[in-house]
Design a protein around this ligand. Structure first.
Ligand SMILES: Nc1ncnc2c1ncn2[C@@H]1O[C@H](COP(=O)(O)OP(=O)(O)OP(=O)(O)O)[C@@H](O)[C@H]1O
Length: 256
């Protein structure tokens, strides 16, 4: 089996005249955290929707966990997805929602209960687990969204802004959890605008701009590359490579 958790070749998605993702080629190793950055409208969500088989590319190909994204039934058991607005039933309790998702994923009920309790405890949600979700705060809903994305221990988890709405303590728990999952060989495809989160967690960072990959590398390599030899912050790098006026096409080759 390939060591790559995600491989894309020339992935392109057009909506009418608009090119949301343009000729995107990625090679992401198993058990790593890939930080996927880009300004608003860069094409991050579109990429994640393609890789989670929710939308089809206009051209190009991709495999996720060794399976072509053309074969939805083969891919979906191996992935988890936290979208910006996680699918959650307000009328269920947090625990019922997670049990429902565990059922969809065919997890044996004893194993599911253990994992659900473990994750609820980890995210300080045990006390509220039997309250209806419509009484949850935004952060509590977000916690349920993340737990349900990784409950079945997928090979690859796609997390869109996992720390969104979380207080500092919960955000730290989230970062620790992502690091633990990566230690357990889960591949995490992490999209966020919170640069310190990717700086801390990512093995590799890719920056998307106007649908194109304009920079790629380990955080330290990127930071070094930013200022012609000098060390810059990840924010400096992000601003430099996504600056329409200063960033020349000739510099746009990713440096893997
Ligand atoms: N269903 C759609 N129909 C038409 N255009 C779309 C559709 N989905 C996305 N787009 C366009 O594709 C481009 C990329 O959008 P996308 O949502 O992937 O960006 P993003 O990087 O996730 O942005 P953000 O950081 O704001 O979430 C945008 O110009 C958007 O308007």
């Amino acid at each position: 089996m390939s060591d790559l958790a995600i491989e894309t070749v020339g992935l392109t998605k057009r909506y009418g005249d608009e090119t949301a993702v343009s000729d995107l080629s990625l090679e992401i190793d198993r058990g790593t955290v890939y930080g996927f950055l880009g300004p608003n409208g860069a094409g991050k969500t579109t990429t994640m929707r393609i890789l989670t088989t929710l939308t089809r590319p206009t051209s190009g190909s991709a495999t996720v966990a060794g399976h072509s994204i053309e074969d939805r039934d083969a891919v979906t058991p191996h992935i988890g997805y936290l979208p910006e607005d996680p699918p959650i039933y307000d009328e269920l309790t947090g625990r019922e929602q997670l049990e429902y998702v565990a059922g969809l994923r065919d997890l044996p009920s004893e194993e599911a209960s253990e994992r659900i309790d473990d994750m609820l405890e980890r995210f300080d949600l045990l006390e509220d687990a039997d309250k209806r979700i419509d009484a949850y705060s935004k952060g509590m809903r977000q916690k349920v969204g993340v737990i349900q994305a990784v409950l079945h221990e997928p090979t690859v988890a796609f997390l869109d802004e996992p720390t969104s709405g979380l207080d500092p303590r919960a955000a730290r728990t989230m970062r620790n959890t992502i690091a633990d999952l990566a230690d357990q060989e889960m591949t995490i495809f992490l999209s966020t605008h919170i640069l310190p989160v990717v700086d801390e967690l990512a093995d590799t960072i890719g920056v998307l701009h106007n649908g194109r990959l304009v920079a790629e590398g380990a955080p330290d390599t990127l930071k070094h590359r930013a200022e012609t030899g000098e060390e810059g912050s990840l924010e400096d790098v992000f601003l430099a490579v996504t600056d329409e006026t200063e960033y020349a096409e000739t510099e746009s080759e990713p440096t893997a």
